[in-house]
Ligand binder design. Structure first.
Ligand code: SP5
Ligand code: ZN
Length: 350
């Protein structure tokens, strides 16, 4: 299995995030990606290749132009006002339904307008890293088409919380959606996205909510009880043309492998029934028992089982990295999933 990785992704390094009313070290650290990369090398998973840079026009197939302009320039706009350059930007006021939709001219007005949480700081390198992460996903899609073999896009910052025109949840550009759209644009085929990050992929869901060419299936912590709180209930099934093409499987806190696996199998069954041209797996390993911000109970051994179950997907697979914050075990857990997938699918597909 080839891995796509760009060093530029490591540049985004906010000093802290607002977590439950306190500033704490940023959970989504660059070390996460470094440790995954090292484990891939250590276990000889396969070749590692660098992506070329995605062009702005491809980003526009998923994100709105005004949002892209905002995310690209907000930090430098802020510096131009004479503020210090070593700080991280975060919003503190948001719009509710019924309030004005006029885009504010001020920096902090714009930050609130284009975001949904306060825990995703923007620094001087955020845009470069986010673009490199989107490039990694898009290049992964190209590689999958070219070589017809499973590809791992080692993306960071993650993407699945980012919608067409807002950021949050450590995500700025929706890497999985960009990869899926790239596959559709190149082939005219359909795509299924299987999102197994602990948190609901609200951004990916929202991007494809009214479309039937992308089936979005997500297994995640019940939003009654877990971030992002306002998205991911079972009754969210898609709208308009997309009705029936979104499937949410929320699970209770404390879910372990034996409760997880029936949901995983029904998700995979729904995807195989859809017969997509490709599957994009939004791979978060924050379902791990020792994850510092999550409440599922998958063990490191369970990630081998997870990889083997995923190998029952019948379409070519692109893995896109999402969350996972237990840095000590992140490499082991990701590579367990990928290597078990590779071993099992060799057995199935030959
Ligand atoms: C990509 C991804 O995994 N984003 C997750 C963003 C979550 N950010 C805020 C999490 C706050 C969770 N607080 C849980 C407390 C557990 N004791
Ligand atoms: Zn997550």
């Amino acid at each position: 299995m080839k891995t796509v990785f760009s060093e530029i992704q490591l540049l985004h390094r906010p000093p802290h995030e607002l977590h439950q009313g306190q500033f704490v070290p940023y959970f989504e650290s660059p070390e996460r990606a470094k440790l995954i990369l090292e484990e891939i090398q250590h276990q000889s998973l396969g070749e590692i290749v660098a992506p070329d840079t995605i062009d702005f026009s491809s980003l526009k197939h998923v994100h709105s132009e005004d949002y892209l302009n905002f995310i690209q320039s907000i930090y430098t706009d802020w510096i131009k006002t004479g503020e210090q350059s070593d700080l991280a930007l975060a919003p503190y006021v948001w719009r509710q339904p019924g309030m004005s939709e006029i885009v504010p001219a001020s920096i902090f007005g714009k930050l609130g307008y284009y975001s949904f949480d306060a825990g995703t700081p923007i620094t001087k390198d955020t845009w470069s890293a986010a673009r490199a992460s989107a490039s990694t996903a898009a290049f992964g899609a190209k590689l999958l088409l070219k070589e017809k073999q499973t590809v791992f896009a080692l993306c960071r910052p993650p993407g699945h919380h980012a919608a067409a025109n807002y950021y949050g949840g450590y995500c700025f550009l929706n890497n999985a959606a960009i990869a899926a759209q790239q596959l559709i644009d190149a082939t005219g085929d359909t795509v299924a996205i299987l999102d197994i990050d602990y948190h609901h992929g609200n951004g990916t869901q929202s991007i494809f909510y009214c479309r039937r060419d992308v089936l979005f299936v997500s297994i995640h912590a019940d939003p009654l009880d877990a971030y992002p709180y306002f998205s991911g209930h079972r009754n969210e099934c898609g709208d308009a043309d997309g009705r029936g093409f979104t499937m949410n499987i929320p699970l209770a806190r404390g879910t372990g492998w034996s409760e997880y696996v029936p949901s995983l199998r029904s998700a995979i069954e729904a995807i195989n029934h859809f017969r997509p041209g490709f599957v994009v797996v939004s791979l978060g390993v924050d379902s791990f028992e020792d994850d510092p911000i999550s409440e599922f109970k998958l063990s490191s051994n369970d990630f081998f089982e997870l990889g083997a179950e995923l190998a029952t997907l019948k379409s070519p697979v692109l893995f896109v990295m999402e969350g996972g914050y237990a840095v000590g075990e992140i490499g082991k857990n990701v590579v367990a999933t990928l290597s078990a997938f590779a071993n099992q699918s060799n057995r199935f597909r030959q």
